[in-house]
Design a binder for this molecule. Structure first.
Ligand SMILES: [Zn+2]
Length: 142
């Protein structure tokens, strides 16, 4: 649910022409990851050329949203005052089933007792404003 009262810092796109498809995907509930057209590897973060084979041809491909908790820290001192009501929260490195790792938050989880390295996760899309839908992860309930 978009919230016009949202006051937290939002992502600042350094190269919007490169990253807009990712953010447009999140608005549709799709997690899109760069996939190399030459060597067929996924990679993260988006950049001009594939880091595996250095070829420039790649495309945004929807992925499963299934992941594992690679590592995390529990934040008790918010880095920005706007997050003061969120502590403690989990700042995590997430390993997607497709192999790439990205930083995100683990939500809908008891922090810290519900966190366990390698626990299965799935993506959730947090629509914080009309323009921004953030990617977060929650425990996968099988
Ligand atoms: Zn490649």
């Amino acid at each position: 649910m978009a919230n016009s009262e949202y006051t937290k810092p939002l992502p600042r796109q350094l190269e919007p022409e490169l990253t807009d498809p990712f953010w447009e995907g999140t608005k549709r509930g799709e997690l899109l990851i760069p996939h190399c057209s030459f060597c067929a590897e996924f990679f993260w973060y988006p950049r001009e050329a594939c880091p595996h084979c250095l070829q420039p041809g790649w495309e945004w491909v929807p992925v499963s949203g299934r992941a594992r908790l690679h590592t995390y820290t529990v934040v008790h001192q918010p880095a920005h005052p706007a997050f003061a009501d969120d502590v403690p929260y989990a700042f995590a490195v997430i390993q997607l089933d497709e192999g790439i790792r990205m930083m995100s938050n683990v939500v809908e989880c008891d922090i810290p007792n519900g966190l366990e390295i390698n626990m299965p996760l799935e993506v959730v899309f947090d629509t914080v404003t009309d323009d921004w839908t953030l990617v977060k992860f929650k425990p996968l309930v099988s």
